[in-house]
Design a protein around this ligand. Structure first.
Ligand code: ZN
Length: 178
């Protein structure tokens, strides 16, 4: 069982270290990636996770394939999805991610965080963002995003710099979901 670190733990406030590219293929990093995916999959509403959230201070985040599922985005509910056992898009790994471009155009969106339960709040972020990173095979790639994924890129990049969404959010409130 991989535990998700909660707000108050110092690891969430540290600046994470870069992963040496030559070590990406090694068992230690591959195990961390597997643990991150496992932790993310245990969270019915999880869309992404950063390494510090499992106690590892390295510059890595993983985005769940769930976000490419229209039912999930439209709010029809993940439980329904899970029972349907629909084929889900694979999760995406971002190692040493760098936000290369973010749009001037910004939008308030409601956010939560697996490490800041049960708070939700609205954060103003760029509507489009481009990330350059390495994948799990050590290959460099660039990914453009808009909407939810662009928002996620910024939330997760913040994690790697010790920033939590509650530092920036407005209208914070506790929301308990069954
Ligand atoms: Zn988070």
């Amino acid at each position: 069982m991989v535990e998700i670190v909660q707000n108050g733990d110092k690891v969430l406030r540290k600046i994470s270290k870069e992963v040496p590219i030559s070590s990406i293929a090694k068992p230690k990093i591959q195990k961390i990636l597997a643990d991150m995916k496992t932790a993310l999959n245990t969270q019915y509403d999880g869309v992404a996770i950063a390494a510090p959230q499992i106690g590892v201070s390295l510059r890595i985040f993983v985005v769940s394939g769930r976000i490419f599922d229209e039912d999930f985005i439209s709010g029809k509910g993940p439980s329904q999805l899970d029972t349907q056992k629909k084929k889900r898009a694979p999760s995406m790994v971002f190692i040493n991610p760098i936000l290369k471009k973010i749009s001037k155009d910004k939008k308030l969106m409601t956010e939560g965080c697996l490490s800041v339960r049960p708070l939700y709040g609205k954060v103003r972020r760029a509507t489009r963002a481009t990330v350059e990173a390495y994948n799990e095979n050590g290959k460099k790639f660039t990914k453009d995003a808009s909407g939810l994924l662009a928002h996620i890129f910024q939330h997760e990049s913040d994690h790697l710099d010790g920033i939590l969404f509650i530092d920036k959010a407005k209208d914070l409130q506790e929301i308990f979901v069954e």
